[in-house]
Design a protein around this ligand. Sequence first.
Ligand SMILES: [Zn+2]
Length: 88
Amino acid sequence: MQLMQQVGFYLIFFVLPGVAGARIAWTKGRNPLLWLVVNGLFPPTLLVTIFQGPARPVAGHYRQCPSCREYNKWRESVCKYCQSEFPN
Ligand SMILES: [Zn+2]
């Protein structure tokens, strides 16, 4: 029982942030393996993963504005930075 509690502890505090971070990094065009390790070893860095911008446009997640080069959520049809419309 003691072992199960320890495994559960590591699962919740290290593996979960690692997997969540890897998933978020992947949707932002960043290296999921790198962020799996970083977020898994040091869970507070999950905040960095969440708040950093995307590294490149990712289909279904982020697109880059053709006029101002800023990244917008995929579902937006108008750039929130310069208000120009995205071609679809
Ligand atoms: Zn723009």
